[in-house]
Each structure stands twice: as structure tokens, then as C-alpha cells.
Design a binder for this molecule. Sequence first.
Ligand SMILES: [Fe+2]
Ligand SMILES: [Fe+2]
Length: 194
Amino acid sequence: MSKTEYELRVKTSPEWVNVAKADFNSFLKDHAACERKAAALAMSMVQHYPDKPDLIRGMIDLAMEEMAHFREVMKIMLDRGLQQDNDEKDPYIKALLGLIRKDGRVYLLDRLLIFSIVEKRGHERFMMMGEALQDAKMKDFYVRLAKAEYRHYTLFVKLAHQYYDSVEVIARLDELLDAEAEIVENLPFRAAVH
Ligand SMILES: [Fe+2]
Ligand SMILES: [Fe+2]
């Protein structure tokens, strides 16, 4: 495992993209909510770690980029006359957040690694969606977003290596990647990002 890149341990089934495409409006609504929550989460990191300048810089850039994604998805939704639904707990995110250890020393490590994995999964799924869509503009949109999520995944894993010993980072990442694979394999396919 390198300091900036790793592989997920299960691939998303092609069945997921069929389910998501079959109710694309619901997928869009969930996608918009994911971008909005990602921006909010990045801003909460900014506030939570006042002593970590590199983290603050990275999270402000990230929040702005996630908000730009939100603006774009929301524009697509509004053009289609779609309204946002009430926020519901995303079962994938909920299961992953449940793995965060409460011990103050490793709390940040777990958050950084889990957010990195979520971005990596987002990269995989947006790329699948981009490949599956017929409309050229929508295709380009999802491929472009997939590339952004790839950068976000490396940002989080880099920060983990910056603030923690690399041996510890790699050992914890190994555990979390196994756990994420199990979570993904046990969740039903939905017309949603996860
Ligand atoms: Fe995003
Ligand atoms: Fe992202």
C-alpha cells in the first residue's frame, strides 16, 4: 500500500448501476444530498481542528469543491422539476461511522481513513454511472465528478499519513477496508450513491 493510493477490496456489482439508472431521479436526489453533506462535513473538520493548518486548508478547498458539485447536481434537479427529500440516514455511511473509535488519539485517524474510503467508493460509482449513461453531457458530468472524488480520496489518506505514524495508518486502513467490503456486500442495491 502506498502513502496516497490503495484499492478497495470489493468491486460494486454492475447490478447497482442498473438499479440506480432505473430510478435516476431518486439517484440524483440522493447524490445532491451526498454532496451537501460532504461539504458540511469538511466545514465541521475545519472548525474541529484549529491547530492543524494543512487540514484546515485542505478541508476548506474540499468544502468549496463539494458545494460546487452540489450546485451542479441541484441545477440538474431543478431543471427536471425535482424537489429534495427529507434527509435520511445513509445506511452505508452510518455503518462506516459506527467503526470510528472514540479514543481521542485515534479519532481523527479513523475519520480521515473512513472519509477517504467513502470518496474512493464515490469515485468508483460515479465512474460506473458515467460509463452507463447515454446522454453525452451527463456522462461527462459523472466522469468529471469521479475524477474529483479520486483527488478527495488521496487528500484524506495523505492527511492521515501526515498526522499519524505510517505503520499505524496502514494497519488501520487494512482493517477498515475489510470492514467496508463487508458492509458493501451486505447492503441492498438502491437508486442512491450507496
Ligand atoms: Fe463531490
Ligand atoms: Fe468528494
